[in-house]
Design a protein around this ligand. Structure first.
Ligand SMILES: NC(=O)c1ccc[n+]([C@@H]2O[C@H](COP(=O)([O-])OP(=O)(O)OC[C@H]3O[C@@H](n4cnc5c(N)ncnc54)[C@H](OP(=O)(O)O)[C@@H]3O)[C@@H](O)[C@H]2O)c1
Length: 285
């Protein structure tokens, strides 16, 4: 059973889910969603940008898992951020997913008409189209004006977060404002360097687990939501096997100590505004 984290609006969100970024083959996407739900996942993370919302919806319906037991997240892209555009875009997400009310809708990047888009999200909550709303890739400087202006506060901020990049400025701010930290790149995009780190390999051996399982367990114990992506059924199943062991304080501290002073991915603001796909500016290890 996957634990849930409470959201500031009184709802709850599963702490582990399946991400489907770059899963552009819709048959593979649908099959991965189905595998995940059959294994026990209950959180799915898609976005307009990923162009696979229809496949996610088909996978959910094919699974036979009751809709209310599944938590679906999608995200609007900055090119959709004016109020009217965002309102129309939300209807587009609802139509493509075909699964009724969206559990969590995020603004994907902190650029463009954030204020207008946020009003559209708030109105979608009022209209029963969306249950919870949040943001992605927002820094403290992006969150300050949004929090000052919002009628409904963001419940979640989905950001790059893994042992190499632990968001030292952002995490205390999120905790102060009761915003859940959701980790994208939870496995540092499958970084072989991270999975071979001696502190992780040692913990994996001690618990009879894989390095990926140790990293995901670290996320859970830090109190983050993690959404590892996989299209490999063996990985999808393994990434759920996190609830029969616990990392010790020393193991957690050893993984904490891997933190560096910069993210792996830095998306230039001009690229976000231009609607360009995410691109790494640092080579991925
Ligand atoms: N909001 C944003 O701006 C943003 C940006 C990036 C990502 N995201 C979200 O975060 C999700 C996760 O990010 P991500 O996919 O880039 O990175 P990730 O989950 O950190 O890493 C995915 C990589 O790890 C591999 N992997 C998965 N499980 C594994 C295991 N047990 N052992 C070894 N390798 C394993 C996958 O390969 P296989 O498929 O072969 O298993 C894939 O290459 C995305 O799908 C998306 O939903 C959001």
């Amino acid at each position: 059973m996957i634990p849930s984290l409470p959201l500031s609006n009184g709802r709850a969100m599963p702490q582990l889910g399946l991400g489907v970024y770059l899963v552009s083959d819709v048959a593979v996407c649908e099959a991965s969603v189905l595998t995940a739900l059959e294994a026990g996942y209950r959180l799915l993370d898609t976005a307009v940008l990923y162009r696979n919302e229809r496949a996610v919806g088909r996978g959910i319906r094919a699974s036979g898992v009751p809709r209310d037991d599944v938590f679906v997240t999608t995200k609007l892209w900055p090119s959709q951020f004016r109020y009217e555009k965002a309102a129309r875009a939300i209807d587009g997400c609802l139509e493509r997913l075909g699964t009724g009310t969206i559990d969590l809708l995020l603004l994907h990047q902190p650029v463009g008409d954030i204020r207008g888009a946020w009003r559209a999200l708030e109105d979608a909550v009022d209209a029963g189209k969306v249950r919870s709303i949040g943001v992605s890739n927002f820094t403290v400087a992006d969150l300050d004006p949004l929090l000052a202006d919002a009628r409904i506060a963001p419940a979640v901020n989905q950001v790059e977060l893994h042992p190499y990049w632990q968001q030292p400025d952002l995490l205390p701010y999120l905790a102060r404002h009761d915003i859940v930290a959701e980790a994208w790149y939870p496995l540092a995009h499958g970084s072989k360097k991270l999975l071979a780190e001696p502190v992780i390999a040692t913990a994996a051996a001690a618990h009879g687990k894989s390095a990926a399982q140790v990293v995901l367990r670290w996320h859970l114990q830090r109190g983050f939501v993690a959404i590892p992506k996989s299209t490999d059924p063996a990985h999808i199943l393994a990434n759920l096997e996190l609830f029969d062991f616990e990392l010790t304080d020393a193991e957690m501290a050893g993984i904490d100590a891997l933190g560096t002073d910069r993210p792996m991915m830095r998306v230039p603001r001009w690229a976000m505004a231009a609607g360009m796909p995410l691109m790494p500016v640092h080579p991925l290890p």
